[in-house]
Ligand binder design. Structure first.
Ligand code: NAG
Ligand code: NAG
Length: 347
């Protein structure tokens, strides 16, 4: 078992940085046939605009004006000649309310094998409510799609994006290097299944800043093969907190190393399962973590004798449960506590 969970309440007000002014060529998706009426399928317009941007060497902005643009699965496929593509969204991209349309494709808006892409602003509405209901009813339903996924990509920015009601995970960073996520707002109902806010795996040098995440599952889940991850100024909750560990899909998974979690406030709920894992977790720092937990055990670090968690540092941690001090439950964890750490019974 190697999963670390911090869960805990919070109200937070955020101001987001204004969208960056881009240089170079601007391609308005409306000029490629997209319709801001919330109904007309604009998938092909997005693909055409992407094709143009990707094959150009001039920095290019794909501009999505105000309005609701209905799109199916869009794969923004690289490699591109272009190392400076900005997707600037003033309006909203909306998935079909029929969950079968994107529900089997793994991802809804998916960037693969790109370098130097920024997604700025906008609302991404996965319309996942129908699929969550299907899953809760016990019927056979599609697995669901991630709202926004990046795979095999480098030098990625997500700034001021709002991700709503994803069918599954909201944002996934997979096999990427140098990713900056800032001023992002994620929301889904507290009882929505498997709607993790941001999931990172097999990636290095990822920074997640100034964001608020409210979902039915982990706010941020840190999967195997994550190194040099920095998380700061996050309002998390409702949700299951920040978890580190395995997806439990393979027996031997790559470890998780050098993660800093700083200035995070929690409004958490109960965490369900700790998955069995072959993941080694080392050098994780929690600093300035506040909030109140919805369950008595606010800090859960359940590591296995074979894969112990080491180098865990807790500094200025203050988590309460109702009016009392919350508890920690730690197994096979080595590390140090400094400053005021409550609960303080981990090491
Ligand atoms: C993040 O938010 C803090 C406080 O809200 C602000 O001082 C800081 O400038 C923001 N950082 C960035 C990079 O926008
Ligand atoms: C740990 O990660 C941070 C970025 O999150 C990086 O600045 C730092 O150099 C890394 N430390 C080591 C020892 O690799």
């Amino acid at each position: 078992m190697a999963q670390i969970v911090l869960h805990a309440l919070v109200l937070f007000l955020f101001t987001f940085t204004p969208a960056r002014v881009a240089e170079g060529v601007t391609l308005n998706v409306v000029n490629f046939g997209a319709q801001p009426d919330g109904e007309t399928d604009s998938t092909n317009a997005f693909l055409s605009a992407w094709g143009r941007a990707c094959s150009s060497t001039t920095p290019t902005t794909i501009y999505v004006p105000l309005g609701r643009f209905s799109v199916g699965k869009v794969v923004f496929k690289g490699p591109c000649k272009n190392k400076g593509i900005t997707v600037r969204i003033d309006g909203a991209l909306v998935a079909s309310s029929n969950h079968d349309v994107i529900g089997n494709g793994g991802n809804w808006l998916y960037f693969d094998d790109v370098d130097g892409v920024a997604v700025i602003g906008g609302v991404l509405d996965g319309q996942g409510i129908g699929l969550w209901e299907c899953k809760r009813s016990g019927k056979i339903c599609p697995t669901g799609a991630t709202n926004l996924g990046f795979s095999n990509s480098n030098n990625i920015v997500m700034n001021g994006v709002r991700s709503l009601n994803s069918q599954m995970f909201h944002i996934v960073i997979d096999r990427c290097e140098n990713v900056r996520v800032e001023g992002v707002k994620v929301s889904a109902a507290g009882n929505s299944p498997n709607t993790d806010g941001i999931h990172v795996q097999l990636s290095s040098t990822v920074t997640i800043l100034n964001s608020s995440i409210a979902t039915g599952d982990d706010c941020i889940s840190i999967g195997p093969g994550t190194t040099n991850l920095w998380i700061q100024n996050i309002a998390c909750g409702p949700g299951h907190g920040i978890s580190v560990g395995s997806l439990g899909k393979e027996l031997e998974e790559a470890g998780v190393e050098n993660v800093t979690v700083k200035a995070v406030t929690f409004a958490g709920t109960e965490n369900g399962v700790n998955k069995v894992s072959g993941v080694e977790i080392s050098n994780i720092k929690y600093q300035d973590i506040h909030g109140s937990s919805a369950s008595e055990v606010a800090v859960k670090m359940n590591c296995s004798p074979k894969h112990q968690c080491s180098g865990i540092s807790l500094e200025d941690l203050m988590l309460t449960y109702e009016t009392k001090q919350a508890l920690a439950s730690c197994n096979h964890v080595g590390g140090i506590a400094s400053g005021l750490v409550q609960p303080n019974n981990c090491f």
